[in-house]
Design a protein around this ligand. Sequence first.
Ligand code: AP5
Length: 199
Amino acid sequence: MRLLLLGPPGSGKGTQAKRLATRFGIRHLSSGDLLRAQVKAGTPCGQAVSEALTKGELVPDEWVLDMLREPMIEASAEGGYLLDGFPRTLAQAEAAGEMAKAEGVVADAAIFLRADPEQLVERLLGRAAELGRSDDNEATIRHRIEVYNDKTAPLREYYAERGILLDVDALQPPDDVYRDILTGLGRDPEPSSAENTPA
Ligand code: AP5
């Protein structure tokens, strides 16, 4: 199973990704987590990445593509991937699509967690106290929402045109969001035992 998981900041991508990756036995690749790891590790790009994250700006497309290319191919060889927060621009979607086609690892579905971003601000402010992320303050959250609306929301149409869009209401409780994703993928939301069935 190869999945893309997109949605506005705070829509629950990370929350659902962990559960879906466990369910399908596939690798969870979060572009945000991988970028935060670069900052922590002090890589050559770390300082520039840190500034982009703190401002709520996107990191350049080429950096993200370079970062994810190998993990995507490796994960596919091991049963599949779940890309959380990638792609985020049309350029990323097109480049990743071409690479995936060439490698035979094209995504089966693009799951969009649908929510009015305004309703997610409180969720993220709630998380701020818990995780202390540099981008979880109200001004940066609002900027991330603007960037999402401008650059990422148009990808919904892009994947709809390619026939792989799965649109899910993200304002429901997490268990209901999970159930709707599984149902949309044609899977039983309550399997009798761990499914772990790479497909
Ligand atoms: P990233 O880490 O991907 O952040 P984001 O997209 O803003 O999303 P969040 O992690 O804030 O939220 P989420 O949707 O994962 O929700 P979560 O499950 O945590 O990206 C960070 C930055 O990295 C970007 O701004 C950019 O700078 C850079 N970046 C990343 N990818 C990039 C790319 N491809 N290209 C360029 N730059 C890139 O949930 C949030 C909270 O809500 C939690 O407290 C959770 O417990 C709660 N919650 C979850 N679901 C529900 C629910 N259904 N009901 C109630 N509460 C819920």
